[in-house]
Ligand binder design. Structure first.
Ligand SMILES: [Fe+2]
Length: 415
């Protein structure tokens, strides 16, 4: 379909920006050799205080040291990073004069490492690289040093994407930086890191995986965009992302509940689904549930989830996303009933009802199913809508137009 004036040509091609991935139980032990192959001599290792105390980090350090690589550890990563925490990490990176980066942890850690490397390598005002309209969305000027990302949860997919998410505290906005140059040079995915995770963390991150796959699969088709270079990372659903999304849904649907219950085999499977879904959404982009999640996580009052640090109120990322998903997929179902039916079946649904299949799975996995369950009520809808409408990059990737009126309906549906 082209525009009435014939000026706009629709996209006919899609790009595959694949990550290098090494996947399998135990691969963290080869990080020294991998870093050496990338030319590393002095490495900054990013982690958070909880993961920093675990055996994974000790194992990785030993492997790096055995490869004669200098290691300096930064363990002050803020879970749910902010502009301030990104800049603190960047200062560490700048002062240490590192030639390579390693991140070991969840999405917050991997994202912090991406930002630290960016601001240490190409210093700028913080908002320069941040997505519009919050920031100036300036392009990253050149290649960043090698970064080996090692996820320890089975969720975020950050190890294969060029996205770093943070809260800009002064503006009370959750946004991020998106550039193919932020994509880690190597994702070292060791599912054994997930064997000791509390069930709640596996559940929350598992639903993040499913939503990455579901949103990539139901995003607006890449061919509906106007043709123009450079192609955005969020291209919309395309044959490459479909491949990852479908397989992630098949495996995720099969293994999520068993993974929550503690099966190591199922956790291996879920980690592979997370990797596939990360590859898919890194090329297709997510949409409404993630856009709404920014507001749900940002406006939290006093919800705390078992299995997570209890000092601060927090809705874990995967929960803040999946809470909106049934409402969002009821809204998008009409745009492509066939895809919604396929997805529902992969998740064990019988009657093609994707929203219903997700709710059943959420109940089985023991995560909150409504916004009310994490402390919101009808009076919060205007603020939630306000926090979501600014997520233009995500909303424009939805298969239907989403404005304020639609968001009111979507949040009321999620209550
Ligand atoms: Fe996510």
């Amino acid at each position: 379909m082209s525009c009435a004036h014939g000026l706009m040509q629709n996209e006919t091609a899609f790009a595959i920006d694949a990550s290098r991935i090494v996947f399998g139980a135990g691969v963290l032990g080869e990080i020294g050799e991998q870093a050496k192959a990338l030319g590393a001599k002095r490495v900054a290792l990013f982690t958070d205080r909880t993961v920093g105390k675990l055996e994974h980090v000790a194992r990785a350090r030993k492997s790096l040291q055995n490869a004669s690589i200098d290691v300096a550890v930064y363990d002050a990563v803020h879970v749910e990073p902010t502009d301030a925490s990104f800049l603190d990490a960047a200062q560490f990176a700048r002062e240490g004069r590192f030639d390579a980066y390693v991140s070991i942890g969840g999405g917050s850690t991997i994202d912090t490492c991406k930002a630290a490397s960016l601001y240490a390598t190409f210093p700028a005002e913080f908002l320069d690289y941040v997505n519009a309209p919050v920031g100036a969305a300036k392009p990253v000027p050149g290649a960043l040093p090698p970064h080996i990302a090692c996820p320890t949860t089975c969720g975020t997919g950050s190890e294969t994407t060029g996205i770093a998410v943070c809260d800009v505290l002064s503006l009370k906005a959750k946004t991020g930086i998106a550039s193919a140059r932020l994509r880690p040079s190597l994702a070292l995915v060791d599912p054994a890191c997930t064997y000791t995770l509390p069930p709640e963390v596996v559940a929350a991150s598992g639903f993040d995986v499913l939503c990455h796959a579901l949103e990539s699969f139901t995003a607006r088709p890449f061919s509906s965009r106007a043709r123009g270079l450079p192609r955005p990372m969020s291209q919309g659903a395309n044959p490459w992302s479909d491949l990852g999304s479908r397989e992630a849904l098949r495996i995720g649907g099969e293994s999520l509940v068993a993974a929550v219950e503690g099966s190591e085999k199922a956790r291996d499977q879920l980690a592979w689904a997370a990797t596939l879904a990360g590859v898919a959404f890194g090329n297709a982009g997510v949409h409404i549930p993630h856009a709404m999640a920014y507001a749900v996580a940002g406006l939290v009052r006093d919800f705390r989830m078992k299995g997570y640090p209890q000092e601060e109120a927090m809705v874990p990322h995967g929960v803040s996303v999946v809470l909106n998903a049934p409402s969002a997929f009821r809204f998008t179902a009409q745009t492509n009933p066939e895809r919604h039916r396929i997805a529902a079946e992969m998740l064990g649904g019988r009657d093609g009802d994707l929203a219903g299949a997700l709710e059943t799975l959420m109940n089985k996995a023991g995560v909150p199913v409504t916004l009310r369950a994490v402390g919101y009520s009808k009076g919060d809808v205007p603020a939630l809508v306000k926090g979501t409408i600014v997520q233009k990059r995500l909303l424009s990737n939805a298969p239907r137009d989403v404005g304020e009126a639609e968001l009111v309906e979507l949040f009321e549906g999620a209550l």
